[in-house]
Ligand binder design. Structure first.
Ligand code: FRU
Length: 476
């Protein structure tokens, strides 16, 4: 399907992709765009056996431009094959961007729901919050992941609550019991973020069944909502409501990223009424936003985040010089174990650990860019230095991730300090790709992710003699 515009966009996109050269900071096992800009993970699914990861993609502008959906597929979620640009903003209903959304496997079809963003031409002094923007919920179907049937608008602004602004987006759809459910993120007119819950029996007609927000306002907009249930070792079910709130800037939020991504443990029935537990960050590092989860065929709940952060001019990405920007996090298995929600690197990574090195107390490796490392510290303080610039430290109270040089062209490219209070720490896992570091603490109960741009690779642990470091090169 498509118009003359679709065909021209596809040709121009392919020309851009063919001319691309990723340069020195290209990742080895993290999904990155073939060229240009990448943001949110979209339509994550396992379809016909193959993992599908769509991504917010602006092939024509590495600083973000017309948003399309690119598609990458994989058999192991570590080695991704770019398949092409799957959805272009080529219809009146999505002319300002094929914004984020999700996928639902139904037999041999993949149903995609996304937000068709429309910014009307500014003739009447639109503010683009209360006026001047359409948020169309679009449904389209594919049998091969890449070629789509017609785009049907299943909801428009008039179908959302009248006290919401024009900011309603990012449908996440799942099947349950008597049909299908969808959550969408929204900004209320009184600048309170919320989640809308819809129900459908046929995927085309949707009815609003509930609106979810915290008793006290928690930011002005909740982007990229997600809902899923984790079952613990005893078979107890835990409901998780995930979102990316914007507008949390006071108090402890002031020292964190401009926008957050995290989850509320909830109790009750999302169709009628729920109580909210306290919000926990998915990741406390510099580069993590807009995660999405899906359930793999083997039952695992997999989470992938965008390893980037919008609206942060103080930070840059040195890949811009090579015409691309941003990547996804490592896919993470989300579990509820030992009383906490934990994120663990997908187990597929374990098969790529080679050349194990071990150290007691201090440990030094020079020159390995892609590695996986476990530090068993048994509650003893330690510091890690990566590429001589990135310092990870636990002092018995606080875990910190610090770049020593705050300059925009340094290894941290403008990143400075992120930290969280952590009274107990017994184990850390650090996974490094060419230009990213992901840290999983206490079996993934707390994580820190960042991009970085090392000139030389080095990894040094400084710790008491009782602390053990196990270090593997990754053959990816
Ligand atoms: C989150 C987000 C989504 C939106 C998309 C547009 O990063 O703002 O809410 O759909 O990016 O690219």
């Amino acid at each position: 399907m498509g118009t003359a515009l679709t065909r021209d966009l596809a040709r121009l996109c392919q020309e851009k992709e063919q001319a691309a050269d990723h340069g020195a900071y290209a990742q080895h096992f993290h999904l990155m765009p073939p060229v240009g800009w990448l943001n949110d993970p979209n339509g994550l699914s396992q379809f016909k056996g193959l993992y599908h990861a769509y991504f917010q993609y602006s092939p024509f502008d590495a600083e973000g431009g017309a948003k399309c959906w690119g598609l990458q597929t994989s058999t192991d979620m570590l080695r991704w094959d770019y398949q092409g640009c799957a959805l272009y903003p080529d219809q009146p209903a999505d002319v300002s961007g094929v914004y984020s959304g999700s996928a639902l496997v139904q037999g041999d079809e993949l149903h995609i729901f996304y937000t068709g963003n429309v910014k009307l031409e500014d003739q009447d002094g639109y503010d683009y919050v209360h006026t001047g923007r359409e948020a169309n919920t679009v449904h389209t179907v594919t049998k091969d992941g890449l070629h789509f049937g017609p785009k049907h608008v299943v909801m428009r602004n008039a179908d959302y609550p009248s006290d919401d602004t024009c900011h309603v987006r990012d449908p996440k759809v799942w099947q349950e019991g008597d049909g299908f459910y969808m959550v969408q993120g929204a900004r209320r007119s009184d600048d309170v973020g919320e989640i809308l819950v819809f129900h459908s029996v046929d995927l085309d007609h949707w009815k609003l069944v509930n609106r979810l927000t915290t008793p006290d306002p928690f930011g002005f907009m909740w982007e990229c909502p997600d809902y899923f249930v984790l079952e613990d070792e005893e078979g107890t079910k835990h409901q998780i409501l995930s979102c990316s709130p914007q507008g949390l800037n006071d108090g402890a939020w002031a020292r964190r990223n401009i926008y957050q991504s995290g989850f509320f443990p909830i109790e009750g029935d999302i169709r009628s009424s729920v109580s909210f537990g306290s919000f926990a960050l998915w990741d406390a590092g510099f580069d993590f936003y807009a995660p999405q989860t899906f359930q793999a065929d083997d039952g695992r709940r997999i989470l992938i985040g965008w390893m980037g952060m919008p609206d942060t001019p103080s930070v840059t990405n040195l890949t811009l010089a090579d015409g691309w920007q941003h990547c996804f996090t490592l896919p993470r298995e989300v579990v509820f174990a030992d009383g906490a929600v934990r994120q663990r690197p997908i187990r597929e990574l374990d098969a790529h650990r080679i050349d194990k090195l071990e150290g007691q107390g201090s440990f030094v490796d020079m020159g390995t860019p892609c590695f996986d490392c476990e530090i068993a510290n048994g509650n003893r303080p330690f510091t890690v230095s990566i590429a001589h610039e990135l310092k990870l430290a636990w002092d018995g109270k606080v875990f910190s991730m610090r770049f020593e040089d705050p300059a925009k062209d340094s290894v941290g490219a403008g990143r400075t300090l992120r930290y969280e209070e952590l009274p107990e720490l017994s184990q850390a896992r650090i996974v490094c790709d060419i230009s990213s570091v992901e840290v999983f603490l206490n079996d993934g109960a707390l994580t820190f992710s960042t991009r970085f741009y090392p000139k030389q690779h080095s990894f040094i642990v400084d710790a008491a003699p009782e602390v053990t470091t196990s270090f593997w090169t990754l053959d990816l």
